[in-house]
Design a protein around this ligand. Structure first.
Ligand code: GLP
Length: 237
């Protein structure tokens, strides 16, 4: 795994945006794997800026998001649909029909999303944030992790962490649909971002680099052949 340690959040965001911008310029019909959370917001801001300056074209870009809450509507301002529109999609020239989010079918199965990704040609580059407990997308630490896209019951620690975005903790959804570990690992390139000391425990796994554990799902990225970790000094501590 390639590791880049940046001074702060701004520098981390710029580094990540540089990689994404470069890949988009080199492959017009690129397929992006996108993430929510506060971590990638700065990267999206840099990409929006480049698009506004006429240097980055999203007209043929396609995207697949990692996850979405269950039990809240797409227009709820805490939904990941809303987040993506607000932070990226409405600000660049990406076509709405080229953006995708996971959902469950009538049997509560989400693996049709993995087929859709595969039929599209597979994700070229995937950005990942890290949950405080080491989760990626909504793959929570557990004895077993999902391979494919499916339903996830959120852990108490994630509900608490994500309650900062809601009026109260009881409004935080208790379940979500998330790409599985297999879905994520199939991306041709991973870019993992972490900022702040709350992420230091999970980042330690990646920097030590000698063990993977289902207790820290992001550690599986150590098995990926083309992964880059970009962290700020607090997360690297
Ligand atoms: C949520 C998302 C994850 C994200 C994590 C970290 O739980 N499902 O994809 O990585 O939050 O969020 P933040 O970047 O705000 O720390």
């Amino acid at each position: 795994m390639k590791i880049i340690i940046c001074k702060d959040y701004e520098e981390m965001s710029k580094e990540a945006a540089k990689i994404f911008s470069d890949r988009i310029k080199n492959k017009k019909d690129i397929i992006l794997g996108l993430a929510t959370g506060s971590t990638p917001i700065g990267m999206y801001e840099n990409l929006v800026k480049e698009n506004k300056e006429g240097k980055l074209d999203f007209s043929n870009v396609r995207s697949f998001n990692l996850d979405e809450y269950l039990g809240i509507s797409e227009d709820n301002d805490q939904s990941y649909h809303y987040f993506m529109n607000d932070n990226l999609f409405s600000k660049v020239n990406i076509k709405k029909e080229n953006t995708h989010f996971p959902c469950l079918d009538e049997n509560e199965d989400g693996s049709h999303y993995d087929k859709e990704i595969e039929e599209a040609g597979g994700i070229d580059i995937q950005v990942l944030g890290i949950g405080r407990n080491g989760h990626i997308a909504f793959n929570e630490p557990a004895e077993e992790l999902n391979v494919n896209t499916g339903k996830i019951n959120l852990t108490q620690s994630t509900i608490e962490a994500n309650s900062r975005f809601f009026e109260s903790e009881d409004q935080v959804p208790v379940s979500a649909v998330s790409m599985g570990m297999g879905s994520i690992m199939k991306a041709k390139e991973l870019v993992i971002l972490a900022s702040g000391k709350e992420k230091a425990d999970a980042v330690k796994y990646l920097i030590k680099g000698d063990k993977v554990s289902t207790d820290c799902p992001v550690s599986f990225a150590l098995l990926h052949p083309n992964a880059t970790l970009i962290v700020d000094e607090d997360a690297a501590k």
